[in-house]
Design a protein around this ligand. Sequence first.
Ligand code: C5P
Length: 225
Amino acid sequence: FTAKVMEGQHVLVSAGPTFEAIDPVRGLTNLSSGKMGFAIARAAHEAGARVTLVAGPVGLPTPRGVARIDVRSALEMKAALEAQAPTASVFVSAAAVADWRPATSQQEKIKKDGTGQVPTLSFVENPDILAGIAASPRARRRELFCVGFAAESHDLQTHAQAKRARKGVPLLVGNIGPETFGKDDNALLLVDEQGVQELPRAGKLPLARQLVAEISRRLPVVVAA
Ligand code: C5P
């Protein structure tokens, strides 16, 4: 970026999967690599923003100049994001948050008892972190601009438009298939109140830079007093 289009902004980004513990050595997670969220954090820093990155368990280096908070579960991710949201002006929710967590997490490792008995898992739904933050007064007043992601296997545009309304966010970004998890490139569909716009297939960093530029165009203009 030559133009520091994000100067003066505090950009909060979530990235990666969450890990929901079953017992001290086992858990449920997903195949999100965190690459898109990390690229967005890097691009926002390049564009002059203060950047806080809340990351689930991923094996990626922290982008230079970015403040990183590592979390494991969806509930930890929610707490970390909600602690940062009051000072943020942009929230990009790129994390693949687990929809469910085990209803109880065992304090001790579950043992095989040798009889062939298998444990039964029951689940509870995780809170929708993005929808919660998007419903906050600052987000409703657009002092905090919220961006959601959608990974859909079919009918991306229809699902992305519905998801934008359901989450209550001004901008929803769809990952255009095939499966993007772990890949180094991607293509994005931007859905906002104006309609849809495609960012053609490219590396995740160039795409992140374009996305950051698109977000900055949608931010309220601050008139200096
Ligand atoms: O509903 P779905 O998981 O498809 O929505 C994806 C979007 O919602 C992403 O931006 C993701 O980060 C966010 N999300 C969330 N909390 C959840 C589930 C998804 O913030 N529990």
